[in-house]
Design a protein around this ligand. Structure first.
Ligand SMILES: [Zn+2]
Ligand SMILES: [Zn+2]
Length: 224
């Protein structure tokens, strides 16, 4: 068998990979395309992480999504991704000419504390629906308020517009200002399921958008 030498390091080798020995070939497989650090937006009120308008409960999920295209472009895949305090630990494999190399990288994370668009709306008192609950004396206001709060917390996991931006008490009624119509309807159904009651709907034009009237829905439920 004819001897081969690596033109890069001069070592004798049985086989050449891309014209060099395996050691040199692997040394040339580098990750120099990752940013120096990553900035992640996190809402200081709700604790969700944001990538543009998209929100994530879990920072790992956000980072995975953010790095996906970059990894694809460089023919790399993520083996594991962990966040330890303010560092991202990436375990990845690079692939070139059928040879894989495993690399561990650590990237600093810089958390940027923001007020997310939904918390902004909630704090400004924005509401697209009103839920009015009228109670008889045997039902306490506290029970209704905690029922609404619990339900909203549950619904908000799937729908960021599921929030209460204000609560008012008026005589025997409690008025909840709700982010969107579907949440107001779901809350009404939950109250009706537990307490019964008569439901009425009304709508009011609040503003015009591109020539269309925008309505705010009021759902009234009277528990008897
Ligand atoms: Zn070599
Ligand atoms: Zn928020």
């Amino acid at each position: 068998m004819k001897k081969k030498f690596c033109p890069k390091c001069g070592k004798e080798t049985d086989e050449l990979y891309g014209g060099v020995c395996l050691e040199c070939f692997l040394n040339d497989m580098k990750v120099d395309w990752l940013p120096e650090y990553l900035v992640v937006d996190v809402c200081k009120h709700c604790g969700y992480y944001y990538h543009g308008k998209e929100r994530f409960k879990n920072v790992q999920t956000l980072l995975r999504k953010r790095l996906k295209n970059l990894f694809k472009k460089h023919k790399a895949s993520i083996l594991s991704l962990k966040v330890l305090k303010s560092k991202l630990r990436l375990e990845l494999t690079l692939e070139k000419s059928g040879i894989e190399k495993r690399i561990v990288k650590k990237l600093p994370l810089k958390f940027h504390y923001i007020t997310c668009p939904y918390c902004m709306m909630k704090r400004s008192g924005y509401h697209n629906a009103v839920l009015q609950v009228t109670l008889p004396s045997h039902v306490s206001k506290e029970d209704i308020i905690s029922l609404v709060e619990e339900e909203v917390k549950r619904l908000n996991k799937r729908d960021p517009m599921a929030f209460v931006s204000g609560i008012e008490e008026k005589g025997k009624s409690i008025i909840f200002k709700i982010g969107n119509k579907s949440t107001a309807l779901k809350l009404m159904r939950e109250i009706k399921k537990r307490y019964g009651g008569k439901v009425k709907y009304s709508r009011k034009i609040v503003t015009k958008k591109e020539g269309k009237n925008l309505f705010r829905l009021t759902v009234s439920i009277k528990i008897e």
